[in-house]
Design a protein around this ligand. Structure first.
Ligand SMILES: [Zn+2]
Ligand SMILES: [Zn+2]
Length: 364
């Protein structure tokens, strides 16, 4: 059942993210079922292809295993997959489900699929951003970190309903109890009329007679949420990852937003990261360079014995294989690259000076 998603979007296998996005826009416009000459089956196929190719991680998986792995739950099934996801999820800016939702809002002016209401009242809680600074070690081992986030959380008193507990409800005056309202959506195809959910009662047809006193009927309150997060292993400086459901909670049963955590990594005193590799400067004496030596160096994992070859030159890089950063794929590690730097002695004892002068006479 392998489908060629590249062919569906009409792009080459090596196409850039931008090209894929562009191709998707073009195809989605062309086949949109509400348009003259639209084709629902093709439209669905195009969306399925973009859900995979528009997401870095899914694209990599697809390139390796084909479309077979995307058939089941969590895979592309119509429009249900936006911004969802359970547990941990890589989501670096530029790809992923967010980008998909963005394009959709672009194309259809929001309100599509009932996720957001065009009239301004959001059913989904807002996404939040935060920033953390971690060490190179915390990145290498993907350690856990304690977070304290101020966010809108469900009101305990009314359990998010906004109604004062044990009070009656009355018929919604805005929709006369129907739960629905006519709404107008601006889309690229013009203004569209659609039956939408009532803003006042959010579709229930009734409203509480008395609003919850604690949250003033909002169903949510600003609180500090303390929780632990696992840092994605080998995350790089400047990257962002997403924690689903730790953005603002939405009142009245709406989906919670996500928390986007941007990461900066404190420079390590001895190690400099270069992709999966780690670079270390090693100062050695002139005599160590001449005769060679064995020295102990600290790596991320343990100290290892490094053999300095006889007659080594300054600037020479000695590779210690598989002592670099753990690879993103979860398999293997990069290398440790030790750069030899020969120190020139600055303060000499009388004896050292005499000996060196002897060497000078020998032409060294
Ligand atoms: Zn409340
Ligand atoms: Zn209503």
């Amino acid at each position: 059942m392998s489908k060629d998603y590249y062919k569906i979007l009409g792009v080459e296998k090596g196409a850039s993210e931008d090209d894929i996005k562009k191709a998707y826009r073009t195809m989605a416009h062309k086949y949109h079922p509400d348009k003259k000459g639209g084709d629902e089956a093709k439209f669905k196929e195009v969306n399925e292809a973009y859900q995979v190719l528009g997401d870095k991680q899914k694209r990599t998986q697809y390139d390796q295993f084909g479309s077979a792995g995307f058939g089941g739950a969590g895979g592309p099934s119509g429009f249900s997959g936006f911004g969802g996801g359970q547990g941990f999820q890589w989501d670096f800016s530029g790809g992923g489900a967010e980008g998909f939702a963005d394009i959709f809002e672009d194309l259809f002016g929001g309100g599509f699929g009932g996720q957001r209401e065009a009239t301004g009242r959001q059913k989904k809680g807002a996404d939040l951003k935060t920033h953390i600074e971690i060490s190179l070690l915390e990145s290498a081992f993907g350690e856990t970190k304690e977070m304290n986030i101020h966010r809108m959380m469900h009101c305990d008193t009314c359990e998010g309903s906004g109604a004062e507990p044990k009070t009656e409800t009355v018929k919604c005056h805005a929709c006369q109890g129907k739960g629905a309202q006519e709404k107008f959506f601006k889309t690229i195809f013009g203004v569209m009329k659609q039956q939408g959910v009532c803003d006042e009662c959010l579709g229930k047809g009734h409203i509480p007679k008395e609003k919850c006193k604690k949250c003033h009927g909002e169903g949510v309150l600003k609180k500090t949420d303390s929780f632990k997060i696992k840092i994605p292993q080998s995350i790089e400086d400047g990257e962002t990852f997403k924690i689903p459901k730790k953005g603002n909670d939405a009142p009245h049963g709406g989906a919670s937003g996500s928390l986007f955590v941007s990461v900066s990594i404190k420079p390590h005193k001895d190690l400099l990261r270069n992709g999966d590799d780690l670079i270390m400067n090693l100062p050695i004496n002139f005599t160590q360079a001449v005769f060679g030596d064995k020295v102990e160096i600290e790596t991320l994992y343990k100290s290892v014995q490094l053999k300095i070859p006889e007659g080594v030159q300054s600037g020479k890089i000695i590779k210690v294989a598989s002592y670099g950063m753990p690879k993103r794929s979860g398999f293997g590690k990069g290398d440790m690259l030790v750069k030899v730097n020969i120190k020139t002695p600055e303060k000499l004892t009388k004896k050292q000076k005499t000996l060196l002068e002897e060497l000078k006479k020998e032409g060294i």
